[in-house]
Design a protein around this ligand. Structure first.
Ligand code: FAD
Length: 564
């Protein structure tokens, strides 16, 4: 068996290593256009910021080990330029010597990844405008950030843009982030991203949200660039980093006539086999199926790429491994805050017109009596009929990752919110709570389905309020004084039983507290006394996350001027 692999990083290197573990006899050739196989793309922003100090740390699987341990024929700085499917050959260009040659294959795995999208903005090809994908890119940027640059504009507030922004701040570079959508991390639900936007601003990153770059020009004097935004703002920068998403590198497949999927991806079956049974494709270049929606998507993430590489190799060597699909589990952290998600977001559920219900909880990372507990916000999306978990997002300090990982496994296992009530999770005061945030989300969601706790959502609080709604705030006097839902009447929880006569019986009472727990108790009192009551999910904390000012938007700019 002669196996040829195009692309030698996440998907390609995983496939090569797995192939060797399954076959001592196979000839395995791995072509990589760049200078090194199997480097850590995900670590690039942290090397830029000096968090990863040594460049060699980015070379996760060393070439000598890949060659020595796995007996791989690794050909770096060599680009596959064409596939001849009839003759089962690839055409290769040696980027050092310019020499071209052909290599035959029995089976071919395409793992070419995805390239940064470069929108057709005037000035995008000017020196000083970068993107970040590989070691060559990071070397160029590293030279700039360590060479005295003081101001940067990052275009795009996705996870790569935000990681780059954080790391530029570590290098004491004044950093502006421009994003077309009115939020950071656009695929995620906006209210969950507010703490991340706040952390960025608190640490000096200037956000320009709901805005876009219309041109980049060289300043008449000196080497600086001027970035013109649609809003008319002009930002001065020593350099610009474009991070506005990626596009699959599917040109080889397209020219070879392989079937393509959405957004120019390569279509594959569960074994990662393309429309040609001798050609497989894995990683950022392929179309995948979302396990919750059942719909095809493009999800360029490292976990799926690595798993798919193994599956392709398995199938080539006679095993029936199948890729289960993706569920979009992802995490990003900036300045000590983490945000993570799994499954479908509320945005996507709406777009797909799927029926869902949601709850918000705001628990702590571990027992509050043990020092250092950090609050998180956890949003759980589920099927209101059978309780199947559809998605979850969490944002906060430590412990966000662990909860989303638990929920990711719950989604993969097809679990319901009732299973979350019963989940037995590791607990001691420094690590969690006897009722873990995952249990809490399960309790609240299960209460909603059982009818023990009807929920009301912030977006249902229209202005003006419907006349059949009555807002009741059950927090303390002091909490109420700091702000509440407009029009709320205040009766603290401990006085509620004595003051029921003050409440209307012909209206729906929406109960508000800080995070939803006291409102749950109040809702139970009211329901058992014959009132129509519902809990404002997530309480005043969720209200502020949805309705409060979001840094970087136009209204904020009117009070603060960040002109360069
Ligand atoms: P890649 O790892 O991109 O490898 C493809 C390789 O193929 C490239 O090196 C390319 O040079 C080579 N190639 C392409 N065409 C040819 C050709 N014709 N001939 C020869 N070689 C070719 N994902 C996460 O899940 N978490 C993260 O935190 C995260 N952080 C990231 C940070 C950055 C800065 C970047 C750029 C990506 C990050 N990702 C992250 C995404 C993750 O790196 C990718 O999903 C993953 O690397 C995809 O693997 P792949 O094998 O499909 O492609």
């Amino acid at each position: 068996m002669k196996l040829v692999i195009v692309g030698g990083v996440a998907g390609g290197a995983s496939a090569a290593a797995r192939a060797r573990r399954l076959s001592e006899d196979a000839e395995i050739i791995m072509f990589e256009r760049g200078e090194a196989p199997s480097f850590a793309n995900c670590g690039l922003p942290y090397y830029l910021g000096g968090v990863i100090e040594k460049r060699r740390r980015l070379l996760v699987a060393r070439r000598e080990n890949l060659e020595g341990w796995y007996r791989l024929d690794i050909r770096t700085r060599q680009e596959v330029t064409a596939i001849d499917r009839q003759a089962k050959k690839v055409r290769v260009r040696n980027l050092e010597s310019g020499e071209e040659y052909e290599e035959t294959y029995d089976k071919l795995i395409l793992a070419p990844g995805a390239k940064p999208f470069r929108p057709p903005i005037p000035g995008i090809d000017l020196p000083g405008v970068y993107s970040l994908r590989n070691l060559e890119d990071v070397d160029r940027l590293h030279e700039v950030v360590t060479g005295g640059a003081r101001k940067a504009v990052v275009v795009g507030a996705g996870f790569i843009g935000l990681e780059v922004a954080e790391n530029l701040v570590h290098r004491k570079i004044e950093t502006h982030v421009v994003e077309l959508q009115p939020q950071v991390l656009p695929p995620w639900d906006r209210e969950m991203t507010l703490p991340i936007a706040q952390a960025l601003e608190e640490n000096g990153v200037r956000l320009w949200l709901g805005d876009s770059v219309v041109s980049i020009q060289r300043k008449p004097y000196g080497n600086q660039l001027e970035v013109e935004l649609k809003s008319g703002e002009r930002l001065t920068a020593d350099f610009v980093v474009m991070a506005v998403g990626v596009r699959p590198e599917s040109e080889l497949a397209k020219e070879a006539g392989l079937e393509l999927g959405i957004n120019g991806t390569i279509r594959v079956d569960v074994h990662m086999r393309t429309s040609d049974p001798d050609i497989y494709a894995v990683g950022d270049v392929v179309e995948v199926v979302h396990v919750v929606s059942g719909k095809p998507i493009h999800l360029p993430l490292a976990g799926p790429a690595n798993r798919q590489g193994r599956i392709a190799a398995d199938h080539i060597f006679g095993r029936d491994s199948q890729f289960r699909g993706v569920q979009g589990t992802a995490i990003v952290g900036v300045f000590g805050k983490q945000i993570a998600a799994t499954g479908l977001s509320e945005k996507l559920l709406r777009q797909l017109e799927m029926t869902y219900e949601k709850v918000y909880v705001h628990p702590y990372s571990h027992s509050t009596y043990y020092p250092g507990a950090q609050q998180m916000s956890l949003k759980l999306l589920f099927d209101p009929q059978d309780g199947r978990i559809l998605g979850a997002q969490a944002v906060g300090g430590e412990g966000v990752d662990k909860r989303i990982d638990v929920l990711a496994m719950a989604i993969q296992a097809g679990m319901t919110v009732f299973d979350l009530e019963e989940s037995e999770l590791a607990y001691a005061p420094p690590f969690g709570s006897a009722k873990d945030p995952v249990n809490m989300a399960g309790f609240v969601a299960a209460n909603v389905i059982r009818g023990d706790q009807p929920v009301f959502h912030v977006e249902q609080l229209t202005d003006p309020l419907p006349s059949d709604l009555f807002i009741l705030d059950v927090r303390t006097e002091r909490e109420f004084a700091t702000g509440s839902v407009p029009g709320a009447v205040h009766i603290p929880l401990h006085e509620l039983r004595q003051r029921l006569s003050e409440l209307p019986r012909d209206k729906r009472i929406v109960v508000v507290c800080n995070v939803g727990f006291r409102a749950y108790l109040a809702t139970r009192i009211l329901l058992q006394n014959g009132f129509d009551a519902a809990n404002l999910s997530g309480g005043y904390t969720s209200y502020v996350q949805m309705r409060g000012p979001y840094p970087g938007l136009e209204e904020m700019r009117s009070v603060q001027s960040w002109h360069s």
